[in-house]
Design a protein around this ligand. Structure first.
Ligand SMILES: [Zn+2]
Length: 295
């Protein structure tokens, strides 16, 4: 069987291999990286180790003398699940991009100059690979089907897959038939970025970076800081001109951000057979692996 050529196909294949070998979630990427590449390639991954360099989440580098590759990661990153995602991201570079370069340094977007379309493309591909490896869609659907979506449920999935809450939320938005979006804003009320499910996009729910959080929402968050994870109904005209929304928010003091999960329960959801081309992990690449979670 020939090797896959796309990030999605590689992610699905390795994920299936992991489960077929009798393992369960979370996928232990380090084991996969070492084992699979050793049996498959002449220039395998020889080590997966912490590197202690702040600001660089992960690196993939060729070791000329040994003719192998080393994945290293910042072991001091405190966002749960992010290290696992970072190692998967570097494995993605190895499988998809190692013919292009001898070294990859990955981290927060401001520092990494992911300006060129080419850099953004390969970063996005590595994230897509990681998401398919760690969070297989069929298993994810089993976890959420029959439950009302909430940060708590997403948190359960993030624990299961050992991924960050944001990466997990993006994965859900990628496949859900619900109209929903994730909005990340700084504590000064400005929107950093938002990402919509396909159904939310069709009702025009997107909010551009730099726009401000609706004033009534901000006031609510500031006066209820401790229990805003609880969802609440928000009238039309707040998050969407004509749609009522269900809003919940996580206030991250560590990163000085508010993360909103907005669902539009009454939006007409039209089933359509064709699966849309997803760009969930393009937004991920464009905003850094931690998704703009500044240190
Ligand atoms: Zn990268």
């Amino acid at each position: 069987m020939s090797d896959p050529s796309t990030p999605v196909a590689w992610g699905i294949q390795l994920s299936k291999l992991w489960l077929a070998s009798g393992q369960s979630f979370p996928v232990r990427v380090k084991d996969i990286a070492l084992e699979i590449t050793r049996t498959k390639f002449a220039d395998p991954i020889g080590c997966v180790i912490p590197h202690g360099i702040a600001g660089i989440d992960g690196m993939l580098s060729k070791r000329q003398k040994k003719n192998d590759w080393c994945i290293s990661y910042d072991e001091n990153v405190t966002v749960p699940g992010r290290i696992n995602f970072t190692i998967a991201h570097e494995l993605g570079h190895y499988l998809l991009h190692r013919k292009l370069r001898d070294a990859f340094q990955c981290g927060q977007v401001q520092m990494m100059e992911y300006d060129s379309p080419e850099s953004r493309r390969i970063e996005s591909q590595a994230n897509t690979f990681a998401s398919y490896l760690l969070m297989p869609r069929n298993d994810f659907e089993v976890q959420v089907t029959g439950h009302e979506l909430s940060f708590e449920l997403l948190g359960h999935c993030a624990d299961r897959y050992q991924t960050s809450l944001t990466a997990t939320a993006l994965k859900w938005l990628e496949f859900t038939a619900e109209a929903a979006m994730l909005v990340v804003a700084d504590h000064d009320e400005f929107i950093c970025w938002s990402y919509c499910s396909e159904a939310a996009r069709r009702i025009g729910a997107y909010i551009s970076p730099g726009e401000v959080v609706p004033a009534s929402v901000l006031e609510y968050v500031r006066s209820n800081a401790l229990n805003v994870r609880e969802s609440r109904r928000v009238a039309p005209g707040v998050w969407h001109a004509t749609e009522e929304a269900i809003e919940s928010v996580i206030v991250s003091d560590q990163f000085e951000q508010n993360i909103f999960l907005i669902r539009f329960p009454l939006a007409l959801v039209v089933d359509h057979a064709e699966e849309p081309e997803s760009d969930a992990f393009t937004v991920f690449a464009e905003n850094g692996h931690g998704l703009n979670w500044k240190k």
